[in-house]
Design a protein around this ligand. Structure first.
Ligand code: HEM
Length: 140
């Protein structure tokens, strides 16, 4: 069971981090695309955002389940794991803020502020990579 959960965990952060980095790179190269490509690029970036969110949800679900089938409450003695969880909590808040901005943009038809979305994207990637590093330190 742990192997299956860990497989889901690893695939989830691969997709979440991969989609996040792709979104940042695409954002940095937007000016190189012709104006008529913007609507489909916008749709593609929304899809990347959804993949990141689904990955994060699966990380929480597989992570909590792994805690349940391994150390249980005893995992709270693992200080580095608690720092990992803090990084994931910050990432989750940034993801909620970004998703709320996208939902508002869909409702109003006014695109979200590009610089704010870029900062949310960079912050999220930084927290995801920090969580990954802390996870390796915590469990080895
Ligand atoms: C961005 C979010 C996350 C990333 C990048 C991440 C990354 C990782 C990595 C790389 C490992 C393997 C460490 C190793 O064995 O070398 C791992 C293991 C683990 N993660 Fe996460 N994780 C995330 C979120 C979570 C969350 C939210 C939880 C729990 C609530 C969690 C619980 C665990 C547990 C319990 C293990 C150890 C499994 C074992 O016993 O081998 N993770 N995580």
């Amino acid at each position: 069971m742990l192997d299956l959960l860990k497989t889901i965990h690893f695939l989830s952060f691969a997709v979440a981090i991969g989609a996040g980095v792709s979104n940042l790179v695409l954002g940095a190269r937007l000016s190189t695309f012709p104006p008529q490509a913007m609507p489909s690029l916008g749709g593609f970036r929304l899809l990347l955002g959804k993949l990141s969110t689904i990955g994060l949800i699966l990380l929480w679900l597989s992570g909590i389940w792994m805690v349940a089938v391994t150390a249980g409450i005893g995992i709270l003695d693992n200080q580095t794991f608690l720092w990992k969880l803090a990084a994931v909590a910050v990432l989750t808040v940034l993801s909620i803020v970004a998703n709320l901005a996208v939902a508002k943009a869909k409702k109003t038809g006014i695109p979200p502020d590009a610089n704010r979305m870029k900062r949310l994207g960079i912050g999220s990637q930084a927290m995801a990579i920090l969580a990954l590093i802390l996870a390796i330190v915590a469990f080895n």
